[in-house]
Write a protein that binds this ligand. Structure first.
Ligand code: ADP
Length: 266
């Protein structure tokens, strides 16, 4: 009977329509949750440095301004607070772009050993402050060419090394090595002998804004975005990132990269 068939088709159509709408609403709800959560975290992270800056400015206005030495000290601290705000906002901008897939990879062939050395140089002062030695645990005189987005991998190495300095022990060591893994892959390892991370926190480390409570991370400046950025960049390369850690012994973060296919003359 054509009418019954028509009715059935219509019912099916309607059911499908309702189902699609439900899925749409569910997706919107998840997005809304995500957005609220994100905004909550953002305002929380921004509040601390903002209140610090506000505190110094108010104290200056209340009279501290009249003392030349105090004035300079407070202005320097307020300026540090502003630097921290800028740093967090830059990280936020980057993670947002990474999460919505707006950041495209620009892959090229480059020497990963040389890149690591350049990041060592940039972090030298920071390392000296805690008397931490940044060193290679390999023959660093031989180049190792990889195929990846150089700028983003520099960011990965920087974030991991900065963490090793922040959570590393005074007079400690951070060692980096690059090894052949399988035919077309290398693995970069960054090992510190710092405070380590309790096992139960490891699964959440790469979530944005996640910071281990007991660790020195609250006193250490940071946005809690460093490892989330690292994970996004590595996953965008379709590579893997690993972490192993033991309390009081140290942590090792490692990630894989694709070897360069181009033969480079030594
Ligand atoms: P943060 O800005 O807090 O450093 P990250 O995303 O870079 O944010 O790191 C998240 C948390 O993981 C840190 O707050 C810290 O508790 C822990 N962590 C990261 N790297 C190390 C490390 N090398 N040793 C010990 N703890 C670490």
């Amino acid at each position: 009977d054509p009418i019954t068939t028509d009715m059935r088709t219509l019912t099916e159509e309607l059911e499908k329509f309702a189902k699609d709408k439900k899925v749409e609403i569910d997706t919107l709800k998840v997005r809304e949750e995500y957005r609220k959560d994100f905004l909550g975290n953002v305002s929380h992270e921004l509040k601390t440095p903002l209140f610090t800056v506000q505190g110094y400015i108010e104290t200056l206005l209340d009279g501290a301004m009249n003392d030349k030495n105090v004035r300079k000290k407070y202005l320097q601290r307020a300026s540090k607070g502003v630097d921290r705000l800028i740093y967090i906002i830059k990280d936020l901008d980057l993670i947002t772009k990474l999460e919505v897939g707006e950041l495209h990879l620009e892959k090229e062939n480059f020497d990963i050993v040389e890149l690591i050395q350049s990041v060592f140089d940039l972090l030298e002062m920071k390392a000296e402050k805690k008397n931490i030695v940044l060193t290679f645990d390999m023959d660093y005189s031989r180049p190792i060419h990889v195929y990846a987005d150089k700028e983003k991998i520099q960011r990965v190495i920087t974030n991991l090394l900065v963490n090793s300095l922040k959570y590393g022990r005074r007079d400690g060591t951070t060692e980096v090595s690059v090894e052949n893994l399988i035919k077309n892959k290398v693995i970069v390892r960054i090992t510190d002998n710092g405070e380590g991370i309790p096992k139960r926190y490891i699964p959440r480390l790469f979530e944005r804004f996640y910071r281990v409570d007991q660790s020195g991370s609250r006193k250490e400046g940071g946005s809690g975005l460093g490892l989330a950025i690292v994970k996004h960049i590595i996953e965008a390369h379709e590579e893997k990132i690993y972490v192993e850690s033991e309390i009081e012994v140290g942590s090792e973060f490692s990630f894989t990269l694709e070897k360069s296919k181009v033969k480079v003359n030594p």
